[in-house]
Design a protein around this ligand. Structure first.
Ligand SMILES: [Zn+2]
Length: 310
């Protein structure tokens, strides 16, 4: 287990929160690197999951909670995007149809377990890569008994392959990593502009309960916080780009203000790299040198490894 700057070095036990009509949130606090949320729908004939977990141990803990809720099988597993915290545990649910955006499948196959090298202290266990094998482009509906869960493509935003799961009838949104509640948004592999567009689109939804990709279950107000942060990133990027200041130096010179209280502040460096790419006129979600940029995020933290309690 690796720990970086400050904070505690153990994560609380994950909790299941009932959201009504068979829907649940599986919440892994404190929501920092690798500690994501999942959705569990318990239906009459089976279970639909939204995302899994970063490590084998955490994926088995999720499976144990599903077994505690029902003896029905997991029939479908929706991945909100390709990142390992949301997908590494797919293999544990080997009877489920794994569903995701077509580019989520592509990204999982292309990146494999590359991300594990940024989290050297984490015991990932014996994880196996299972990308979505049911894919779509724009939208798809998964029927959760009598409730329609609409899957909508939102990328490029946090990545180039984000989807949200929207149960309009009950105002329930699984936002994936378009929303970090209490954590710093991270768009290095996606887009600042695309995220702002996607978040404005979500503002048009009549959301009553929002399950973020990371952090406690919340309401739609969290969307405004993400927009505020990304607007701040865009402003810092604009002035540093004009002054030919590097993303790392700009991040070091920037007072995070109220955003300093959020976990994983070093993501500012990655976010500024993405914003600079967009200011150079590169297409949204153009691949960047992620390994070098993560090294810079570690430099920003004074050389401490990324804090991951997974
Ligand atoms: Zn993610």
């Amino acid at each position: 287990m690796s720990t970086g700057h400050g904070g505690t070095d153990t994560a609380p036990t994950p909790v299941v929160e009932e959201l009504g009509h068979g829907f649940h949130a599986y919440v892994q606090l404190d929501g920092s690197w690798g500690l994501n949320n999942c959705g569990i729908f318990v239906g009459e004939s089976g279970v639909v999951l939204v995302d899994t977990a970063f490590t084998q141990r955490r994926a088995h803990a999720l499976a144990a909670e599903v077994d505690r809720l029902t003896d029905k099988p997991v029939q479908a597993l929706i991945n909100t995007h390709h990142h390992g915290d949301h997908t590494h545990g797919n293999f544990v649910f080997d009877q489920a149809a794994v569903i995701g955006h077509r580019r989520c499948r592509d990204a999982m196959i292309a990146s494999g377990f590359e991300v594990t090298r940024w989290f050297g202290g984490v015991d990932f266990g014996d994880i196996k890569l299972v990308p979505p094998f049911v894919t779509f482009e724009d939208s798809l509906t998964v029927h959760c008994d009598d409730k329609a869960a609409e899957l909508h493509s939102m990328g490029p935003a946090h990545t180039d392959n984000d989807i949200v799961v929207w149960v309009e009838e009950i105002g329930l949104l699984f936002a994936g990593d378009l929303v970090f509640n209490g954590g710093t948004p991270f768009v290095l592999m996606g887009s600042v502009e695309g995220s702002l567009r996607a978040l404005e689109r979500l503002r048009g939804y009549d959301i009553r309960q929002l399950v973020p990709g990371h952090g406690p279950v919340c309401g739609p107000e969290a969307i405004g916080d993400q927009i505020d942060y990304l607007t701040f990133v865009r402003d810092v990027a604009g002035s540093s780009f004009d002054a030919r200041v590097s993303p790392l130096d700009a991040a070091r010179d920037t007072d995070l203000g109220r955003f300093a209280a959020w976990t994983d502040p070093e993501r500012l460096v990655g976010n500024l790299h993405r914003a600079h790419s967009e200011l150079r006129g590169e297409p949204l979600a153009t691949p960047l040198d992620y390994h070098r940029i993560v090294d810079e995020m570690i430099d920003y933290n004074g050389g401490s490894p990324l804090r991951c309690l997974a």
